[in-house]
Design a binder for this molecule. Structure first.
Ligand SMILES: Cc1cc2nc3c(=O)[nH]c(=O)nc-3n(C[C@H](O)[C@H](O)[C@H](O)COP(=O)(O)O)c2cc1C
Length: 185
């Protein structure tokens, strides 16, 4: 079954532009036989801590039950990403950057051995054949301008884990036109 992953990061529910446009887009992308995986980061996400780092740097064969427990949440997030062919990331601009919960998500999904690896030729992203739509909204910073640090950063880190097919969607524009086709054209 086709899977679409929706990652929301706005602190708002009522009146959130990114949530509304991301919903429009996901419904447009999803067919009858599509499973939508909802990952709402505003519901809570842990930061990487010392236990997580130690566990992550321990080879899988040597991990204790405690190590495995530290990595459990992060493992689930990676699995959601691995399973989905299409991923919609909804990101408002907060203080010229991405919401802290979305950065926390990136810290948990950038996993050596799972989403990237180092080879003799350098870093190699391990996620293949995925399409990402980044649905962005701001209160004034024009999306794609030099004050928008979100889109170049997200594109870079997604490319690091192997995802190069990335579209940036200006949710402020789509929201007013209420036409999700504009997001995928
Ligand atoms: C904590 C916070 C910081 C913000 N910082 C910026 C900013 O630096 N630049 C900007 O243009 N808009 C900023 N905004 C406005 C939001 O990007 C805008 O309201 C956007 O629509 C929020 O996404 P949402 O509608 O999905 O909640 C900020 C909003 C909040 C709540």
């Amino acid at each position: 079954m086709k899977k679409v992953l929706l990652v929301n990061s706005s602190s708002r529910y009522k009146d959130s532009i990114t949530r509304q446009v991301a919903d429009l887009l996901v419904n447009y992308l999803a067919g009858n036989k599509t499973q939508i995986i909802n990952r709402d980061l505003a519901q809570g996400i842990p930061f990487v801590d010392e236990n997580w780092v130690v566990a992550n740097f321990t080879t899988p064969e040597e991990r204790t039950d405690e190590h495995k427990a530290s990595l459990n949440f992060s493992d689930n997030l990676v699995q959601e990403l691995q399973q989905a062919e299409q991923i919609v990331i909804a990101s408002p601009i907060y203080n010229f950057n991405l919401p802290a919960v979305l950065k926390a998500w990136i810290d948990l999904i950038a996993r050596a051995r799972l989403t990237f690896q180092y080879t003799a030729q350098g870093a190699e992203g391990l996620l293949k054949n995925k399409k990402v739509y980044i649905v962005m909204a701001s209160g004034g910073v024009p999306i794609g301008s030099e004050m928008d640090f979100v889109s170049p950063y997200l594109k870079h880190v997604l490319s690091f884990i192997g995802i190069n097919d990335v579209s940036i969607i200006d949710a402020n524009k789509i929201f007013h036109e209420n036409d999700p086709k504009k997001a995928v054209e």
